[in-house]
Design a protein around this ligand. Structure first.
Ligand SMILES: *Cc1c(COP(=O)(O)O)cnc(C)c1O
Length: 416
C-alpha cells in the first residue's frame, strides 16, 4: 500500500452517495464540532449540541442569577430528576416513572445493588464480569463488603450459567463491553438470571443512545447508565437509574437515604421516611447546571428515531471494519455479527497508544484502552459515511508512514 490508499469496501464516492440519502444527516448541524475534526470518541464524551450553551446560560443567568431561590419551584428545579427521567425512559424501554436522573453511574450502582441484596435475603453472591468497566466491580466489592455473608464473584458472561446457583442474589453486566464493543444478549441473559431467582442489573452506559434498549420488555430488574457518552449531556453530566415498577411497589430501600429521597424533605423531620416510587432512589440536591445541559441534548434525542440510529451505526461500523481489517498488524476485536456489536470498533495493535495520538494530531479523535486496544466510537447523529472513510484513510496513512513512532506520540497524559 504505497499510497496508503484503501482498497476493498466502498469508495469515497459511494460513501458520499450514502450520505446524500441518510435520514439522519440533518442532525449533524445540531452539533458544534470543530472544523477539520472527525470525532470518533463520542462513546467516551459525546459532542456538544449547538443549543446547549444557550440553555446553560439561561439557567445560570436567569433561573439562578435573576430568579434566585424561587427557581426551585418556578423553574421546576425540584422536579428535574423525574422530568429528565421521563425523557430518558423511551430511550431505554422503560415506563415513565421507572427512571430518575441523579448522581453518577457508580453511586447509582451502589444504590440499586444494595437494594437488590435487600430484596434477596439469604442469598449473598453478586456476579460481575471480570472484564467490566472497573468502577462497577469496585462498587460491587464495596457493597458486598458492607453486607454480612455477601461476596462479589468475577466471571465471564459466557460462563454465567455455571455460576447461577441458589446463592446468587444479583448479576451486574454491561450491555456493551466498553473495550471490545461486544453487545450481550440482554433478553436471553435476563431471562436466565431471573429463572435462577436472582436479580438482573444492566449497565447501559455504552448502549443508551447507541441502540434501542428494552429494559421493560426483557424484564430487567434494575439498570444504571451515564448521559455524557452517546447522549451528549456534557462532561460530568448526571447519570440515571432504572428500577422496574414491580420493585417500586415492593419498596426496596437503598442505603443513601438522603433528604431528596424523603417523602417530605421540607418537613425536616429527624427520621427517614422514604418517598413512594422511584423518588426513594434519590439522595441529594440535583446538579442543576449539568441537568440543564442534559435537557438540551435530550431535545435532540427526542427527534431521533432509534431504529434509524441503530441501522446507521451498523452501517458505519461495518464500513470501518471493512476499510481497516487488511491493515498491517491490525486485529479487529469487535464482533462481526450485528447481534453482538455495539456502536464502536476496537482494534488491537501492539503500539496502539502512539498510533491513536498520531491520529489525533491529524484531527481523527479516537482513544486507547490499555494494554493494546484502539477504540473508535461511531455516533450516527453527527458522523457521515465519508467521515468514516476519511478516518480509515488517515489510519492507513499513519500506519504506512510510521509517523506514530515519533517520540512525542508516546507521552501519556493522566487521562487516556
Ligand atoms: C462510563 C462508565 C461508567 C462511569 O461511571 P461514573 O461513576 O459515572 O463516572 C460506569 N460504568 C460503565 C460501564 C461505563 O462505561
Amino acid at each position: 500500500m504505497d499510497t496508503g490508499e484503501i482498497t476493498g469496501a466502498l469508495t469515497r464516492e459511494e460513501c458520499a452517495a450514502l450520505d446524500a440519502v441518510d435520514p439522519l444527516a440533518a442532525f449533524r448541524k445540531e452539533f458544534a464540532l470543530p472544523d477539520g475534526v472527525i470525532y470518533l470518541d463520542g462513546n467516551s464524551l459525546g459532542a456538544l449540541p449547538v443549543r446547549t450553551p444557550e440553555r446553560v446560560r439561561r439557567v445560570v443567568e436567569e433561573e439562578w442569577g435573576r430568579d434566585l431561590i424561587r427557581s426551585w419551584n418556578d423553574a421546576g428545579w425540584f422536579e428535574q430528576p423525574y422530568a429528565l427521567g421521563r425523557r430518558i425512559a423511551p430511550l431505554v424501554g422503560a415506563g415513565a416513572d421507572e427512571v430518575a436522573v441523579c448522581d453518577t453511574t457508580s453511586v447509582n450502582l451502589f444504590k440499586v445493588l444494595s437494594a437488590a441484596l435487600r430484596l434477596r435475603p439469604g442469598r449473598g453472591t453478586v456476579l460481575g464480569d471480570a472484564e467490566a468497566f472497573p468502577t462497577d466491580l469496585y462498587i460491587a466489592e464495596g457493597v458486598t463488603g458492607l453486607v454480612e455473608g455477601a461476596r462479589s464473584v468475577l466471571i465471564r458472561p459466557e460462563d454465567l450459567d455455571a455460576h447461577l446457583d441458589g446463592d446468587v442474589a444479583a448479576v451486574v453486566l454491561s450491555h456493551v463491553d466498553y473495550r471490545t464493543g461486544e453487545l450481550l444478549d440482554m433478553p436471553g441473559i435476563t431471562a436466565r438470571v431471573r429463572a435462577a431467582g436472582a436479580l438482573m442489573i444492566w449497565d447501559v452506559c455504552h448502549s443508551v443512545g447507541a441502540l434501542p434498549v428494552e429494559l421493560g420488555a426483557v424484564g430487567a430488574d434494575f439498570a444504571i447508565g451515564c448521559t455524557y457518552k452517546y447522549l451528549n449531556g456534557g462532561p460530568g453530566s448526571p447519570a440515571f437509574l432504572y428500577v422496574a415498577e414491580r420493585h417500586l411497589a415492593a419498596g426496596p430501600l437503598q442505603p443513601l437515604s438522603g433528604w431528596f429521597g424523603h417523602a417530605r424533605p421540607f418537613a425536616f423531620e429527624p427520621g427517614y421516611d422514604p418517598k413512594e416510587g422511584i423518588g426513594r432512589f434519590l439522595c441529594s440536591s440535583p446538579s442543576l447546571l449539568g441537568q440543564a445541559a442534559l435537557e438540551s441534548s435530550l431535545d435532540v434525542w427526542e427527534r431521533a428515531d432509534l431504529a434509524a440510529v441503530r441501522a446507521k451505526s451498523l452501517a458505519l461500523t461495518d464500513l470501518f471494519i471493512a476499510l481497516v481489517e487488511g491493515l498491517d498488524g491490525i486485529e479487529v476485536v469487535t464482533p462481526r455479527e450485528h447481534a453482538r456489536r455495539g456502536s464502536q470498533v476496537a482494534l488491537r495493535f501492539s503500539d496502539g497508544y502512539p498510533v491513536v495520538q498520531a491520529l489525533i494530531a491529524r484531527g481523527v479523535i479516537g482513544d486507547f484502552r490499555a494494554p493494546d486496544l484502539m477504540r473508535f466510537g461511531f455516533t450516527p447523529l453527527y458522523l457521515s459515511h465519508v467521515d468514516v472513510w476519511d478516518a480509515a484513510q488517515q489510519l492507513a496513512e499513519v500506519l504506512e508512514s510510521g509517523e506514530w513512532r515519533q517520540e512525542r506520540f508516546s507521552r501519556r497524559g493522566e487521562v487516556t
